[in-house]
Design a protein around this ligand. Sequence first.
Ligand SMILES: Nc1ncnc2c1ncn2[C@@H]1O[C@H](COP(=O)(O)OP(=O)(O)O)[C@@H](O)[C@H]1O
Ligand SMILES: [Mg+2]
Length: 215
Amino acid sequence: MTGVFVTIEGPDGAGKTSAIKKLERMLKKNLQVDLIVTREPGGIPIAEKIRQIILDPKNMEMDERTEALLYAAARRQHLIEKILPALEKNTFVLCDRFVDSSLAYQGAGRKIGVEAVASINQFATEGLTPDLTLYLDVDPETGLNRIQKGRTQAELDRLDQESAVFHQRVQHEYLKLAEQFPERIVTINARKGLDQVVTECYQVIKQKYADKFHS
Ligand SMILES: Nc1ncnc2c1ncn2[C@@H]1O[C@H](COP(=O)(O)OP(=O)(O)O)[C@@H](O)[C@H]1O
Ligand SMILES: [Mg+2]
């Protein structure tokens, strides 16, 4: 496989989606190779249907491990239909969230256990790991504050004390992963302004994959 697989990770409100939008424009202009920007569930029909099942509020009886398996199933289909074919064609793939999100949110956040979630994802991905992961680090207060802006009181009420603790476990796990895999995961301080965050992400990518850029 000749393509490059880069993922963006981080807590809610870290700025992943905002940063990717800007990075897409910069990379499109400066990369010599094709670029695709994608996100889980990747907009492919099977993964969209799985996502609807996960998010359907009527599915109150959904078990946490069932949920983890459904995310892994959607991930696999996205990989098979979209990411792998692109990588085989030498395409540069930038993806909003991947396995690290499941480790942080379901393994640590929901307390299923990081090892258990890692093992079902190993099955789903057959060990395909991103070449580079940009981890946008923010504390939960900053991230949630950004997201809460513009939301109604009813929406804000759901972000109770329990969810603050949940989000602390998520950030803690991301930081642990970054420590565990320093050769893959680069931590970016995402409390800075968006332009600064984007510049740092771009520089990390350009430095690592200089041969893929116009000179
Ligand atoms: N570095 C930043 N500083 C301040 N606000 C930001 C920054 N990055 C993103 N935002 C704002 O925070 C909110 C969430 O950003 P978003 O990109 O959707 O985050 P994510 O995809 O990580 O959940 C948006 O309103 C966005 O404009
Ligand atoms: Mg987002």
